[in-house]
Write a new protein. Structure first.
Length: 465
């Protein structure tokens, strides 16, 4: 929705004194689903200490881990009987959503999209099932849903994509054999070819565009915000492409060519799988460099990046957590004989197990518009209504000021009041925030309604309000 909004005129700005932003680490846990079946169990991150949490019922033997939904705090999987099952982390309940499922994915609003054994495609909302038009044949390499309830099914080996809606199927012909990816919101898809990367609007509202600087890529991955496209080039390079300018912004040299890419939910870290060998390369996206490598295999569930600097991976028969923020990536926790099971990193922790974590301080200066007086439509309030340090909701962090301003414009067009925080040092990022809010509950409620990756920050020492 926000990606489709245009830019609205800026409101009058007001200079604000330098602020110190304290960003608490979001809660994070590792959830274990037994490959042979049993109750789901949770472990604290980064220590991997067992938590006093388990599902209230057993989950059948798991064949495929679908993933976790950050907003609904749920883990989804397909069991050995082709049942699509989910574990609600807050209530501990296990639910069977649909039988006879062969493939599934999670949409940006938490909806589930599933392909059944009859090749039919369905959308499973919280209380309803919608049958989408058409059938899915072959072995799709990916399913990418958008906020409208449509799903893009990729079959690049056959040289085609198809957008399935409730009543139509829109085929999209693309070069065969190239990698395919889409943004978190499903508003843009990228397809690799020997002539460049083709950028497609799945709904056909915009004409296709081509990034001709990159040919025959091995893997593609959008950043969480969708502003950047990371490309594993044919050579030993990770290319950072500007989605809007359709040009290569940065080139990061890798030890060898990469075959697959993953990023964390906040866009700070990226891990890459080499074409050959059992190792994982860790890329610091803020510093735009390879920070090191770790010996580990690569599977559908692991390695996984978790907030704020944890990497969860298999090493031998064990599951190991490592701290990416320190040289050498020291081990912070280990689960013996855990490698045989499925693991999912979740931005969640049981309520009774959520300790107050140490915060990290960053310095930033507000350089764009100040929030309007009074409460806005997202529940933000002026500093006059705030008795303690001002609370803000950070929704984006980017090195590109144009991207930050563009997102702020879209948020304003949606009736919100964003502010851009300028970096205090050249190696820091531009941040887009909403607020201020009276309480943390108000800020978190806005984040849930917004449906974008976000977290609460606290501005202290604000003498300009």
């Amino acid at each position: 929705m926000l990606a489709a909004c245009g830019r609205s005129p800026d409101k009058s700005s007001r200079p604000i004194a330098a602020t110190t932003v304290v960003r608490p680490a979001p809660p994070a846990s590792a959830v274990r689903l037994a490959r042979s079946g049993g109750k789901a169990r949770a472990y604290a991150l980064p220590t991997l200490e067992p938590l006093d949490w388990q599902s209230d019922a057993s989950v059948g033997a798991v064949d495929t881990l679908i993933g976790s939904d950050f907003e609904q705090h749920s883990i989804f999987a397909i069991d050995h009987r082709n049942n699509l099952v989910g574990v609600d982390l807050d209530t501990r309940r296990v639910r069977t959503y649909q039988p006879h499922v062969t493939l599934a994915s999670i949409g940006p609003d938490g909806s589930l999209f599933a392909v059944d054994t009859g090749h039919g495609l369905t959308q499973l909302g919280r209380r309803s099932i919608t049958h989408l038009a058409g059938t899915v044949t072959g072995h799709p390499s990916g399913m990418f849903a958008n906020a409208s309830g449509d799903v893009l099914v990729a079959e690049p080996r056959a040289g085609s994509l198809a957008l399935h809606t409730s009543d139509t199927v829109r085929p999209i012909h693309v070069p065969a054999g190239g990698p395919v990816t889409a943004t978190f919101w499903g508003d843009l898809a990228a397809v690799g070819s020997d002539t460049g990367i083709i950028l497609l609007d799945p709904e056909g509202k915009r004409s296709p565009a081509t990034v001709r600087d990159v040919r025959s890529p091995r893997a593609l991955l959008f950043s969480p915000s969708g502003h950047r496209l990371y490309v594993a080039a044919k050579a030993a390079q990770l290319l950072v492409v500007d989605r809007f300018g359709r040009s290569v912004l940065r080139t990061i040299t890798l030890p060898a060519p990469a075959a697959d890419l993953r990023t964390d939910f906040f866009g700070n870290w990226l891990v890459a799988r080499p074409v050959t060998g059992d190792s994982v390369w860790i890329v610091d996206l803020d510093a735009e460099r390879v920070a090191g490598s770790i010996a580990s295999g690569w599977a559908a569930d692991l390695p996984a990046l978790a907030a704020p600097h944890a990497l969860l991976l298999r090493q031998g028969d064990d599951i190991v957590a490592r701290d990416l923020s320190h040289t050498g990536f020291p081990e912070t926790g280990r689960v013996k004989d855990g490698a045989k099971d499925f693991w999912a990193a979740a931005v969640w922790a049981p309520a009774q197990e959520s300790p107050v974590r140490e915060a990290t301080a960053d310095t930033a200066r507000v350089v764009s518009t100040a929030p309007a007086a009074g409460a806005d439509s997202a529940g933000a309030a002026t500093a006059a209504d705030t008795t303690g340090p001002a609370l803000y909701l950070q929704v984006s962090s980017s090195r590109n000021p144009s991207w930050a301003d563009d997102l702020a414009g879209k948020l304003r067009a949606a009736g919100l009041h964003p502010t851009v925080l300028k970096p205090a040092a050249s190696e820091e990022s531009y941040r887009v925030v909403l607020g201020p809010f009276r309480t943390r509950d108000e800020a978190e409620a806005t984040g849930r309604r917004l449906g974008m990756p976000s977290f609460v920050i606290t501005a202290q020492g604000d003498s300009g309000r």
